[in-house]
Design a protein around this ligand. Structure first.
Ligand SMILES: *Cc1c(COP(=O)(O)O)cnc(C)c1O
Length: 380
């Protein structure tokens, strides 16, 4: 009969979850209090302020939904999209495809703007499609975790406003790892997750909604009733119970946001960019090649074509079994030929990357010393 103690520790360098630092595990194990305890309420207010700073927004309604990142996506659909709404949905990987699916199931008129995997969508194509009908919303994935591509947002907000449409964004993998200023980009609502660049275990979906989007509020979901959550998180008087907030996860997220503040958001973005390039250089020596062209890469996720002759499943199996390191394989058209390596928070540092590069060299062959030199030079 397995116990928790028998699950080994791993170095998590896949597409998420990412390495959880001890400080966050410690916050997670702090004694649970009630969800209406005034002391907890003070922590909630502070958390909301910290989340606004990391999302770079002044939106009052900025808080963690009690769900994983996918729950954030579902909440966005359920609260901001009505059946029949024309929604322009960028699809340049698996997560854009999931959103198109969720929108379709909710009865939206989904206009997919597709792009080949490994490239960003030309914003002109999205803008043209926004103007081609009475569009109610446009959605894009800012950090496509399936391909390691960052989607530019330039011009989308202006086009959306001109059409009286909302600009909606998935920033699950980009938040706190890749430059993103939600207010400057004119984003009306966005969702994220805790287990990528924030290094908090999976379980919450940071979520923000601005005033233009709040005017559209739908009440089709019972669980994701945004007004009920506003009445709990942002009540003028006593907080109203809707569902029991995941107290200890909120402790953990608060600690994760403190760590981001201590480093500084800008510095954190810069460190992720250096870490991405360092790992790309080192694994390049071992025959791996990035899919994203220069300028389209997502700092927090390195998606690489694996070298000719390397057995994907066997090599990832050996990494996990013999070296305790997790990396992710490819999805969809990238299955069997891509590795997706997280460059997320504590994973975006020289020591874990050194462990990974040495292990990959031992499994797949190649010049380990040269790869490590490339890693060290990029970090120097
Ligand atoms: C991980 C991820 C999600 C889904 O988050 P879950 O926490 O797994 O539900 C959504 N979008 C992107 C871009 C992601 O990387």
């Amino acid at each position: 009969m397995p116990t928790v103690e028998e699950v080994p520790a791993r170095l998590l360098l896949g597409s998420g979850p990412s390495p959880v630092p001890y400080r966050i595990l410690k916050a997670l194990s702090h004694p649970t209090v009630g969800h209406l305890d005034p002391a907890f309420g003070a922590l909630q207010d502070d958390l909301a302020a910290r989340l606004r700073a990391v999302m770079k927004t002044t939106n009052k309604v900025t808080f963690p939904l009690s769900a994983t990142g996918s729950g954030g996506m579902q909440a966005m659909v359920d609260t901001l999209i009505a059946p029949g709404d024309r929604v322009v949905c960028g699809v340049h990987g698996a997560f854009g495809g999931r959103m198109a699916d969720a929108l379709g199931r909710a009865g939206a008129d989904v206009v997919r703007v597709e792009q080949e995997w490994g490239r960003a969508i030309e914003t002109e194509r999205l803008i043209a499609e926004i103007g081609a009908g009475s569009t109610r919303a446009v959605f894009v994935v800012h950090g496509e975790t399936s391909t390691g591509v960052a989607q530019p947002l330039d011009g989308l907000a202006d086009a959306a406003r001109a059409a009286d449409a909302l600009l909606l964004v998935d920033c699950v993998t980009s938040l706190a790892g890749h430059p993103l200023d939600l207010d400057a980009a004119g984003v009306d609502a966005a969702f994220s997750g805790t287990q990528k660049c924030l290094n908090v275990p999976p379980g919450l979906a940071p979520f923000t909604v601005g005033d233009r989007a709040l005017d559209r509020l739908q009440k089709r979901s019972w669980y994701f009733d945004l007004q009920a959550m506003v009445d709990y998180w942002f009540a003028d008087g006593p907080r109203a119970y809707h569902h029991t907030a995941p107290i200890n996860m909120i402790y953990a997220l608060h600690e994760g946001l403190r760590i981001v503040e201590e480093e500084g958001l800008q510095q954190r973005w810069e460190r992720h960019a250096v870490a991405h390039e360092a790992l790309r250089e080192a694994l390049g020596v071992l025959g791996f090649e990035r899919f994203a062209p220069d300028g389209e890469q997502l700092s927090s996720l390195l998606a690489l074509q694996i070298p000719e002759g390397l057995d994907d499943a066997a090599a990832r199996g050996a990494l996990l079994k013999d070296h305790g390191i997790e990396v992710s394989g490819g999805l969809g058209p990238f299955a069997g030929r891509a590795w997706r390596i997280g460059v997320m928070g504590e994973g975006a540092r020289p020591e874990p990357q050194d462990r990974l590069v040495r292990a990959v060299a031992r499994i797949g062959g190649g010049d380990e010393a040269a790869a490590i030199r490339a890693l060290e030079e990029a970090w120097a």
